[in-house]
Design a protein around this ligand. Structure first.
Ligand code: 1QQ
Length: 374
């Protein structure tokens, strides 16, 4: 793998125009071409996740194909955040489109059904936003480059304890989703470990619009902090209703809250939300700032963590394709397991299980914007 890397580096790369036929370079080989299937949450209550992800992928795709070292074709399908639709989409991509590999689906709930099927078919799969416990362990073809809740939530809770001297917490979580349940398990374990008193544990379901019963109970118990495991839609509505009831304590959320949509939906009520992130757009890093300005130029808005993780994921795939030297699924899988890149999320490599270790940054929403929680 090192030899082929050096050979590719010697080719210069980067300067070629993506016009006409792309010739193989000095190595004598053809440019590796591959179809990659994408299963993304593009319609319904979490569509902003899928929009961010596919925007990040399409920006990376333009850059990667323009370099001319590999040629990727993305085939994008909508899962609508539903297990059955995600599975149908993945099956179509794997069996009819015969893709080399998959990106997605968006939700851990969806990956829980798609991952085992992709693994059975020997189709390498990367989750760019699947953060629940156990995702890479679904199979040896299943990887992720997203910040696991197991790293995100304890970092946020630590910061909240340090800042607010929090001692008593209430927890609220969605009990019908793999990610929100897993986030809850992590919150409960972290709260216990840090000696916080858990005053109550409340639940809700996807699409719920009225949280009066849960929030009334929480308000009566007077917590220092509310730990909420939710996707952005439910999470934002919970915060909005909490503030309207006069609950003004900080919230700690997981990755699901880390979307500009929370501010869009909840407005001022989103202030006081604490989340840990693998990435933020204000980072003083030339690679990050280059990405942010290209993204803003193309889409007219700032990228979020979901766009950033997807962008790096396609670079991880491009590197694996180059190193594999072929679009064969097994060769690609083995090259993927060994990939190392320096992306906008920093230096990246998978651990032996296809998972990732990252240092999160804790953010807080203040005056309607995510800021680094100093
Ligand atoms: C998961 C998540 C969601 C927030 C993805 C958008 O982290 O389902 O794992």
């Amino acid at each position: 793998a090192l030899a082929s890397l050096l050979a590719l580096a010697a080719c210069g790369g980067g300067g070629e125009q993506a016009t006409g036929e792309k010739e193989g370079q000095d190595s004598g080989g053809e440019v590796v071409k591959a179809d990659i299937g994408v299963v993304s949450f593009l319609s319904g209550s979490g569509a902003a996740y899928g929009e961010a992800i596919t925007s990040g992928l399409e920006l990376a795709l333009e850059e990667i194909n323009a370099k001319g070292e590999v040629e990727i074709n993305l085939i994008i399908e909508d899962s609508a955040g539903k297990q059955d639709q995600a599975l149908n989409a993945a099956q179509k991509l794997m069996n009819s489109e015969n893709v080399t590999a998959l990106i997605g689906p968006t939700l851990s709930t969806e990956m829980n059904v798609v991952g085992p099927e992709a693994d059975l078919n020997g189709v390498p799969t990367i989750g760019t936003s699947t953060t629940a416990e156990g995702i890479p362990q679904l199979g040896e073809y299943i990887f992720r480059n997203s910040l696991p809740e197991a790293l995100a939530i304890p970092a946020s809770i630590d910061k909240a304890i340090e800042k607010y001297d929090a001692k008593k917490v209430a927890i609220i979580y969605g009990n019908d989703d793999v990610f929100t349940k897993s986030g809850f398990d992590t919150m409960k374990a972290a709260a216990e470990e840090k000696g916080l008193e858990i005053l109550t544990i409340e639940t809700f379901q996807k699409g719920q619009s009225d949280y009066n019963a849960q929030l009334t109970k929480i308000k009566g118990l007077n917590p220092d902090l509310i730990l909420a495991s939710a996707l952005y839609n439910e999470g934002a509505v919970i915060m909005d209703q909490a503030r309207k009831m006069g609950i003004d304590v900080p919230f700690v959320g997981g990755n699901g809250f880390n979307s500009p949509e929370v501010i869009q939906i909840a407005g001022d009520a989103a202030d006081g939300l604490i989340v840990a992130t693998p990435w933020y757009a204000e980072k003083e890093d030339s690679k990050v700032q280059d990405f942010v300005s290209k993204f803003e130029e193309k889409y007219g808005k700032k990228p979020d963590q979901f766009a950033a993780q997807a962008y790096d994921a396609l670079y991880i795939y491009a590197e694996a394709l180059k190193n594999a030297g072929s679009d064969d699924r097994d060769a690609f899988r083995d090259a993927l397991a060994e990939v190392k890149i320096n992306g906008i999320l920093g230096d990246f490599a998978f651990d032996s299980e296809g998972d990732v270790i990252m240092e999160p940054t804790v953010l807080v929403i203040e005056d309607g914007a995510f800021k680094v929680f100093e």
